[in-house]
Design a binder for this molecule. Sequence first.
Ligand SMILES: NC(=O)c1ccc[n+]([C@@H]2O[C@H](COP(=O)([O-])OP(=O)(O)OC[C@H]3O[C@@H](n4cnc5c(N)ncnc54)[C@H](OP(=O)(O)O)[C@@H]3O)[C@@H](O)[C@H]2O)c1
Length: 313
Amino acid sequence: MSATVVATAFGGPEVLAVIDEDVPAPGDGQVVVEFRAVGVNPVEYKQYGGFFGSDPASLPLHLGSEGAGVVVAVGTNAIGPAGPISVGDEVVVYRGEGTYAKRALQPAGAVLPKPAEVGWEQAAGLLLTGATAYDTVATTKVHEGDVVLIHGAAGGVGLLAVQLAKLRGATVIGTARESNHDFVRSIGAVPVAYGAGLLDRVRAAAPHGIDVAIDTVGTDEAVDVSLELVADRSRIVTIAAFGRAATDGITALGGGSPASAELRRRARGELLDLAARGEIRNVVAKTFPLADVAAAHRELQQSHPVGKFILIP
Ligand SMILES: NC(=O)c1ccc[n+]([C@@H]2O[C@H](COP(=O)([O-])OP(=O)(O)OC[C@H]3O[C@@H](n4cnc5c(N)ncnc54)[C@H](OP(=O)(O)O)[C@@H]3O)[C@@H](O)[C@H]2O)c1
């Protein structure tokens, strides 16, 4: 049996419940992971909030696609992206299934070795935001000498996009609320406050222009400023403004597109290596016991501290 979080209906965090669930023996290409830490992401409250549909037949919803833990059972052909998986392996899971749990069955293809240098909580929250950030800088072909505008530079995805763009030799301007400006500076970007007057502030911070815009926020302000500043629309991407992308001819990136899915799969090993070498760092904002998942989701939907929320099963 395993403590497992499910959404019993569509709605707000009040629909979340922790239940005891059987964990089946792993079948072909499957393993069971006992999680030490689980990453929390906005997509999870969007799922039971009905953002992606609200078919009652899909209830109860199992939540979570990332985490870090120890393999406690393996099925036949338990081969991960880095090779055979064994009981006792310390692993990072992404893109897993129903990771909001003490123990859960996972596809072997989502299970990678956890570098010893990366702690449980850091590892649990690295790969969803990291792979998304990797997709944004790879798709916009960020390279040496580029000036890159990142909307939401202190967010989970944004802070990794800043660091990955810096590693490619770019100069980065990052939007954030005033109280996060020291943090944005600490990861190597020039901070600019979002809100009225953003366009002028970015122009002042980047007098020679902006080559690439990466929107992790999805507001009209972020899209409008990006369109104003970047002539080449193939170098503007958003991970949140899907409606605007369709009307304005910019690229919306989601794990559902085959190109993004492939890029993100390939990014996982590199992200773990970079984190192990200390070349990127993700930030753990807060940890919550699994039972406090609703409180974590309520807080994540508001203005919250920099970094990832992590559940401890
Ligand atoms: N398409 C995909 O594949 C994909 C993948 C991952 C995430 N996402 C989506 O991307 C979004 C960000 O995810 P996340 O994990 O980075 O979330 P997060 O950690 O909660 O970060 C949210 C960011 O938004 C900023 N922000 C809030 N209000 C703003 C405003 N009015 N103007 C400008 N910035 C504002 C915050 O800045 P301050 O804290 O400085 O105020 C913060 O940096 C979510 O909608 C998520 O669902 C999409």
